[in-house]
Design a binder for this molecule. Structure first.
Ligand code: ATP
Ligand code: MG
Length: 313
């Protein structure tokens, strides 16, 4: 499929799940089992489309890297077993590891807690020309920390700063930071992989029963599951307050992994394609340098080859 067509298809897949204005957003409007017009028998075809998407993503990333101006920050948030790791593994399988870094954010360290909550993430923002993936992020500060407010008490904040407004203040800070990043050429795209409670149970069971998946299971996952409704409320409020035109949330149905990956890949392709990426243009001086280098190589001792036709001549 030609590039223009692929980009167009990517846009069509990503658009239904993009939230740019949070005000009227309701989580219940997104069905975790949604696969748009695709049925499970379309799965093999969807995998082929994903493979072309992954290849296109790699080409776009190569230009992003060569151009060395923009950076892309991809944030993944989800309940356990929603498929963050698999999405990263599949979608990024074609990209040059030199231009892409993945960072996972777990419970903060004592050093992290000695700083403001954005500090540990800001240290790891992608360089220009790079894609950075945050597997969980500063958004945990409005999710797990909100659901378990004892974590807030651990954050060494001056007590008078902990008021009932703290979550709205955090939303405001995050909106401002993302706006700042955007104005600096760091594009922000955020994904909530929306899995259903039933599908999570199924995946946990599989992790328990399949020896090759045992390592993925942690008993704390079951504990967090007990707070499901609190998490859903926190996610909804987070999206309502931090979905913006410049840094949209994608609420991606996550009960079917093949579909989740398609939508996430599509949204990243859409973001990169919107940047009008191109390889840096070579100036006159550089062209002269290239011609000179060519001559030197051809004159090297032992080179008896006839000079091939000059480029562009
Ligand atoms: P996996 O798919 O392997 O389970 P994971 O992202 O869930 O990946 P874990 O090691 O299970 O990784 O857990 C990370 C945990 O760290 C999550 O429960 C998350 O809520 C927690 N965490 C992340 N950020 C914070 C934070 N700022 N404060 C407290 N807990 C946090
Ligand atoms: Mg986990």
């Amino acid at each position: 499929m030609e590039i223009k067509n692929l980009v167009k298809r990517a846009r069509e897949f990503a658009e239904p799940f993009r939230i740019t204005k949070g005000k009227n957003f309701r989580l219940k409007d997104i069905d975790p089992g949604d696969t748009l017009h695709l049925q499970s028998e379309d799965k093999p075809r969807a995998k082929e489309v994903l493979a072309s998407g992954v290849q296109l993503l790699a080409e776009l990333q190569d230009m992003l890297y060569a151009q060395d101006r923009w950076a892309v920050l991809i944030i993944l948030q989800a309940m356990d077993a929603a498929g963050k790791d698999g999405a990263i593994k599949h979608i990024m399988s074609g990209v040059n590891p030199q231009g892409c870094q993945v960072h996972s954010f777990k419970a903060p360290s004592p050093e992290d807690l000695d700083h403001d909550y954005l500090w540990r993430c800001m240290k790891l923002l992608p360089n220009r020309g790079n894609m950075g993936i945050f597997n969980r992020s500063y958004y945990e500060e409005t999710l797990v920390v909100r659901v378990h407010q004892e974590f807030l008490a651990n954050q060494k904040l001056p007590p008078e700063l902990i008021t009932k407004n703290i979550w709205n203040e955090r939303f405001q800070d995050i909106r401002n930071v993302e706006s700042y990043l955007t104005r600096n050429g760091i594009i922000v795209r955020k994904f909530f992989l929306h899995v259903s409670k039933e599908e999570q149970e199924r995946r946990f069971m599989e992790r328990i029963e399949n020896p090759d998946k045992n390592w993925k299971f942690s008993s704390s996952d079951i504990k967090e599951r007990a707070y499901w409704d609190d998490y859903m409320k926190a996610y909804e409020d987070m999206i309502r307050n931090t979905a913006t035109k410049e840094a949209p949330w994608y609420v991606v149905p996550a009960d079917n992994k093949w579909f989740t990956r398609l939508v996430v890949a599509a949204a990243i392709i859409d973001a990169l394609a919107s940047l009008d990426l191109h390889y840096p243009k070579v100036d006159k001086q550089k062209l002269e340098e290239l011609a000179e280098a060519r001559k030197t190589l051809l004159n090297e001792k032992g080179s008896k080859k006839k000079a091939p036709e000059k480029r562009g001549a």
